[in-house]
Design a protein around this ligand. Structure first.
Ligand code: FES
Length: 412
């Protein structure tokens, strides 16, 4: 049996070589239809074709990830609760899984209420595709570019993404944190996972590795948030618009981590100030913190408590801004939209409250990502020196080992 197919990979090269890219003929027993075409070419042409198909620059997009479906919630929570870079619990290997099992039904219910799963993979893939398309255009010398999603707690896991990069034969991998502000619990944990992966194997000899670990004050990131806020301000009647209170809300973290010297609070505050500068300080604003779990003390003031406090002070109009999230997920779609903007707002008698959308696929945000990567590629700086420093009171040996390893292997 013979089948005629349309072959798209390497089509332009085939065309230039006088071989029709439209049709190839292969037998179903053949594993790779393209290989039949390749075999009919000269060795030089074969190499050229293979090079064209191979991404020269891989963009490894680090993030926490979220369960795509409710049946993935259990393993997602299990991975979080047993990650000692994310949190340190007594007897963690036993207590962590127990907490994860206990919390699973409640968290599953929340995911069911936002449509059955986290949209973070959808957004990260879209951001990666748009980013690489722009990179191919503005940085042809490092093209072709390909993005790889590297989640910490759900598929596609960081380890799987690194395997794929190796299989693709990428020449330069840029590890690009998708958390604009660095925290040891999030960004740091992802970098430690990369170090753990390479502890037992060699980096491919021909692959360069470099790091973008934070970008809290990038002007286009600030501009993106400012545009989102302006759009929401327009939804308020003109006579109250100037008094709408802007609450920048970020995921909180335990005070123990803050006192160790985690840079996250100061970097989130830096983003807030960049955004307000972009808005010409048009409205009153405050930075607040959300998503506390467990009995320990966490960084406040908390978003819900701040709303209560401001309502007591007579304020009735608010915009919530998810300042540390680059795409929608459970903390925006459930905690902010349902718990604060709907349920709590009704309880408190708030006149009007809106939530600014996360950056998602806003063109300015894609421009921000593009500018961050191109500036990095042209900088000849494999990592920011700050990346190598540890918190002054860090007690996690893994942080030290990981940073020493990155210092040794990164080059650009
Ligand atoms: Fe911050 Fe280890 S906890 S570097």
């Amino acid at each position: 049996m013979v089948i005629t197919i349309r072959c798209t990979t390497g089509a332009s090269t085939l065309s230039k070589m006088g071989v029709s890219p439209i049709t190839s003929v292969f037998s179903p027993r053949s594993a790779n239809p393209l290989s039949l075409n390749i075999r009919s070419l000269s060795a030089v042409a074969q190499q050229k074709l293979q090079n064209e198909a191979r991404p020269r620059t891989g963009i490894l997009m680090l993030n926490m990830g979220g369960p795509k479906t409710t049946d993935k919630v259990g393993e997602y929570l299990h991975r979080i609760m047993t990650d000692r870079d994310m949190m340190q619990l007594p007897m963690q290997s036993r207590l962590g899984p127990w907490i994860a099992r206990r919390r699973t039904p409640e968290v599953q219910k929340k995911y069911a209420e936002i449509g059955g799963g986290s949209p973070i993979l959808k957004w990260t893939n879209l951001q990666g595709e748009l980013l690489c398309k722009q990179l191919d255009r503005v940085s042809p010398e490092t093209a072709p570019h390909k993005h790889y999603v590297a989640f910490r707690y759900v598929d596609p896991l960081t380890e799987e993404a690194l395997q794929q990069i190796e299989e693709d034969g990428v020449e330069h991998t840029v590890i690009f944190s998708q958390y604009p502000q660095y925290s040891c619990a999030t960004t740091g944990s992802s970098f430690n996972a990369i170090y753990n992966y390479y502890k037992t194997r060699e980096i491919p000899k021909n692959m360069k590795l470099s790091v973008i670990d934070r970008w809290p004050t990038h002007p286009l990131l600030a501009k993106t948030f400012a545009e989102k806020i302006k759009a929401e301000l327009k939804e308020f009647p003109a006579d109250v618009r100037d008094n709408v209170h802007i609450l920048f809300s970020a995921h909180s973290l335990p005070l123990k981590a803050v006192n160790r010297g985690d840079p996250y609070p100061s970097e989130v505050a830096a983003t807030v100030h960049m955004v307000m500068q972009e808005l010409n300080y048009c409205n009153p604003y405050h930075l607040v913190w959300q998503s506390k779990v467990g009995p320990l003390e966490w960084l406040g003031p908390f978003t819900d408590a701040a709303l209560k406090g401001y309502v007591k002070q007579g304020k009735k109009h608010f915009i919530l801004v998810p300042i540390a999230f680059v795409n929608e997920h459970i903390e925006t779609l459930h905690e902010m939209d349902i718990e604060y903007c709907d349920e709590l707002a009704k309880e408190l008698g708030i006149d009007k409250i809106r939530r600014a959308a996360a950056p998602n696929d806003h063109p300015l945000f894609i421009d921000a990502l593009t500018d961050i990567v191109t500036t990095h590629l042209r900088s000849k700086q494999a990592y920011n020196p700050k990346f190598l420093t540890r918190c002054p009171h860090c007690v996690n040996d893994n942080c030290g080992l990981s940073k020493t390893w990155f210092q040794r292997v990164c080059r650009i």
